[in-house]
Design a protein around this ligand. Structure first.
Ligand SMILES: [Zn+2]
Ligand SMILES: [Zn+2]
Length: 339
């Protein structure tokens, strides 16, 4: 099969690999789409988590089961599935508390520990292949990143009609806007790219603001009231953005860290205490795939607006570059059948 293989910085080559064969309790899935994720941008650019030479990345994967291993129900052949990106042990202290995304024993992250989805086929445990009845594979391609956005919103504790500021309208910011809308919240969105500001409006933002041009503080007060906004969903990971939005939180408000970044942010104990603020980190998701699939099945996610492009394997690295430099794109799907 053809696969996009990481051969070092700036070098991803399309090579032939042996077709995977399923072991016991495993299935082989013919990859229909493999989405490019913010995590891929971090993997390529952040020194701490660089991929290793020879890795096949891609962890937002959907396709059709074409082969099954011993012990897997034969009726699954031909089934359309979205794949979980992680296999957790289900027995460590974090798994027992429901934080399966924090599993201590998992060494099974797709695209890093196991061969990822930027290939024509992928082999996974059958429990990682989740059926997507009623969805096209293109719609289902949003299930994994939508589960990440769902986790951030659900974990925040926000309720219908409350105020929220979403910072950044890249793929996760865009999906966060959509999940908030499904929760009955119409957020204000801060974003510097004109393309993404327009995208935020289309996806249901109440107000959009370019903080480089407009007064974000004034806009937030107009939207949420003089005391500030109850929830901030920071989806860029930029320390500068964090510093800018912390003062916009209402007392007793919550900052959700959805965007990852390496730089420190200013947290002043006196402010935190006097204003009784909460900061929560949200990593990927724990058991949210079903929620994401249900939102897609209800038709409340604007799939066509969110998916900007479908590209062959050969375009993976240049697409990551385009996304990293803030290109006019939201979700880019790699479609191996175009290769
Ligand atoms: Zn992802
Ligand atoms: Zn565990």
């Amino acid at each position: 099969m053809k696969a996009a293989i990481y051969r070092g910085p700036g070098n991803v080559s399309i090579e032939s690999l042996a077709d995977p064969a399923p072991g016991p309790s495993e299935v082989v899935v013919q990859v229909a789409y493999s989405g490019i994720c913010g995590t891929d941008l971090h993997l390529v650019h952040l020194p701490a988590v660089k991929p290793e030479e020879g890795d096949v990345m891609g962890h937002e994967v959907v396709g059709e089961i074409v082969e099954i291993g011993q012990g897997v129900d034969r009726s699954r052949v031909g089934e359309a599935v979205a794949l979980e990106h992680l296999l957790s042990c289900m027995s460590c202290e974090f798994c027992n508390e429901g934080h399966i995304n924090l599993c201590r024993n998992s060494t099974y992250f797709m695209g890093r520990d196991i061969t990822g989805g930027n290939a024509q086929y992928i082999r996974v445990y059958d429990t990682m292949a989740v059926p997507v009845p009623g969805l096209s594979l293109r719609e289902a391609a949003l299930a994994e990143p939508l589960a990440v956005a769902y986790q951030g919103v659900a974990f925040s504790g926000i309720k219908e009609g409350e105020s929220a500021l979403v910072v950044g309208c890249g793929p996760i910011g865009a999906l966060t806007i959509q999940v908030l809308k499904a929760f009955g919240v119409q957020p204000i969105v801060s974003e510097i790219s004109p393309y993404r500001l327009q995208l935020a409006s289309k996806l249901g933002a109440a107000v959009t603001v370019n903080p480089m041009k407009d007064d974000l503080e004034a806009a937030v007060k107009k939207y949420a009231g003089e005391t500030g906004v109850r929830y901030v969903f920071e989806c860029t990971g930029s320390a500068k953005a964090y510093a800018q939005v912390m003062p916009l939180l209402r007392s007793a408000g919550t900052l959700m860290m959805v965007g990852s970044g390496p730089d420190a942010i200013p947290v002043v104990p006196e402010t935190m205490l006097r204003r009784q603020l909460t900061i929560k980190g949200s990593l990927a998701y724990a058991d949210r795939m079903a929620n994401a699939i249900e939102l897609l099945q209800r038709g409340v996610i604007e799939v066509d607006t969110l998916i900007s492009a479908e590209r062959p394997l050969e375009d993976w690295y240049t697409s990551v570059g385009e996304l990293s430099s803030g290109g006019d794109l939201c979700k880019v799907l790699i479609k191996p059948s175009l290769s």
